[in-house]
Every structure is written in C-alpha cells, then in structure tokens.
Design a protein. Sequence first.
Length: 64
Amino acid sequence: MTWASIKRLARRISLFFCLHADLTFIRNIYGDEIFFWGGDRSVWKCRRCGQTVTQPHLSQYTKD
Ligand SMILES: [Zn+2]
C-alpha cells in the first residue's frame, strides 16, 4: 500500500463521516417543490464533500 493510496482512503472515510458543516447556499425552495424535498425550504452544497443537502429553513441569502 502506497502513501498516496492511504491518503485517498483516509479522504474517502472522512467524506463518509462528513457532517456537512461548511455549506454554500444554492437556492430557496418554493411551492410544490417543498413537498418533493420532504418539507425542507432551502438547497445547499457542502464545500467539503460536494454533496447537495437541504435545510428546513429559508436562507436569508438570495441571488436576486
Ligand atoms: Zn459534506
């Protein structure tokens, strides 16, 4: 096992346990789409693992 493969494995494990604490706001959710997302009101992207997550509140940040 090389050092590079150990680092790659460690990164994969850390992403698996990612708490999505460093989020970038994408957009708020309105109308019927709220039901689609199970009642959540805003879409965010995790800066650490890149996963899209939703939050149950509207963001005060808007892109308009
Ligand atoms: Zn994450």
